[in-house]
Design a protein around this ligand. Structure first.
Ligand code: NDP
Ligand code: OXD
Length: 315
């Protein structure tokens, strides 16, 4: 038997608590802050945006599981216990992200916003439509999520490239790596999809200077940004400037440096912006609770955990 502590901020913890209790009656399920019990017999934590400093007070933790794929909120805790941090890699979450990316790439490719505005005016007018095979999509981050989305886009015939830290090869996808690879990657990209984690290296990477290097004379005659990675990777003011000077014809933003997005943010009503509330790949309690419990069973048998985060890399 293990005692699993749930610390969940920003999401409703009730469904998580219920699902853990139903799926693991053999374990003690503690819910922070109301049902913590003796901190010394908590052996695992499953967390989303835990307050910094809290996890350090559980002296007998064996591992910390994040309920999402990103781990920046946990890794930036200066008092994080020295136990494995395990992030979610799950086909359910991966597919949800790919749906989001494909939806928004197709929305720009097929000029959906234009047709919606024409509909409001009862305007029956068609426009030139390039083929997907003429359109260059670039995915920043070729990890679990980026490489899946890139592969599905490539199957839809888009000209897909990806950029990551270390050299990688993916069938049918042009790959670039490291800072030296960023320039040629951006220069050939019309729709840029960001699926990067927030790390000191990626902070502010999507800025005006980078956006100005996108391929504005491609099949779409303009460029688009889709960020479903982390808000810290983008510079909000630069995205607004890029939209206003027409460097970007549109942006889909699921993540922001500060969430929830402030009511006063100009993004809300910007005619070229689509906003979603950091739910591009919603963490489904059904899929993720069983994923974490499988890992805890393995850990209890002494089997090494999968998807352990590298603290030095920051993801
Ligand atoms: P992975 O860790 O599998 O992949 C991260 C990718 O980013 C890797 O390809 C990695 O390169 C690349 N990368 C990291 N640092 C750099 C760098 N400095 N320069 C270039 N490339 C870099 O993560 P996932 O694919 O699972 O998830 C990606 C991110 O998506 C998460 O970290 C999270 O922030 C975000 N996310 C957002 C969600 C949402 O709903 N909006 C839901 C889930 C995740 P390399 O391959 O060389 O290691
Ligand atoms: C995330 C997630 O990391 O929701 O943002 O998984």
């Amino acid at each position: 038997m293990a005692n699993i502590l749930l610390v969940i901020i920003g999401w409703d913890p009730k469904d998580w608590d219920r699902r853990f209790r139903v799926a693991a009656p053999q374990h003690g399920i503690r819910l922070w802050p109301e049902r913590v019990g003796d901190p010394d017999d908590v052996t695992y934590a499953a967390v989303w945006r835990p307050p910094h400093g809290l996890l350090g007070s559980f002296r007998n933790l064996k591992a910390i599981f994040t309920l999402g794929a990103g781990v920046d909120d946990v890794l930036t805790d200066p008092n994080l216990p020295q136990v494995p941090i395990v992030r979610i890699v799950d086909p359910d979450l991966t597919m949800r992200m790919t749906e989001y990316v494909v939806l928004h790439v197709l929305k720009y490719h097929r000029q959906q916003r234009l047709y919606e505005s024409q509909q409001r005016e009862r305007l029956w007018r068609d426009h030139d439509q390039p083929a997907a095979s003429e359109v260059a999509v670039g995915v920043l981050g070729l990890g679990v999520l980026g490489s899946h989305a890139a592969t599905v886009l490539q199957r839809l015939s888009f000209r897909v490239a990806g950029w990551c830290r270390t050299a990688k090869s993916l069938p049918g996808i042009e790959t670039f790596s490291g800072l030296a690879g960023l320039e040629p990657f951006v220069r050939r990209t019309e729709i840029m999809v960001c699926l990067l984690p927030a790390t000191p290296e990626t902070e502010g990477l999507v800025n005006l200077a980078l956006l100005r290097r996108l391929k504005f004379d491609g099949a779409l005659a303009g460029c688009y940004l889709i960020n479903a990675g982390r808000g810290a990777v983008q510079v909000d003011a630069d995205i607004l400037a890029a939209l206003d000077e027409d460097t970007l014809k549109g942006a889909t933003l699921d993540v922001f440096p500060t969430e929830p997005l402030a009511l006063a943010s100009p993004f809300w009503l910007h005619p070229k912006v689509t906003i979603t509330p950091h739910n591009a790949a919603w963490s489904s309690p059904r899929a993720i609770v069983s994923n974490i419990l499988r890992q805890i069973d393995r850990a209890e048998l002494g089997i090494p955990l999968d998807n352990e985060v590298d603290r030095n890399r920051g993801y």
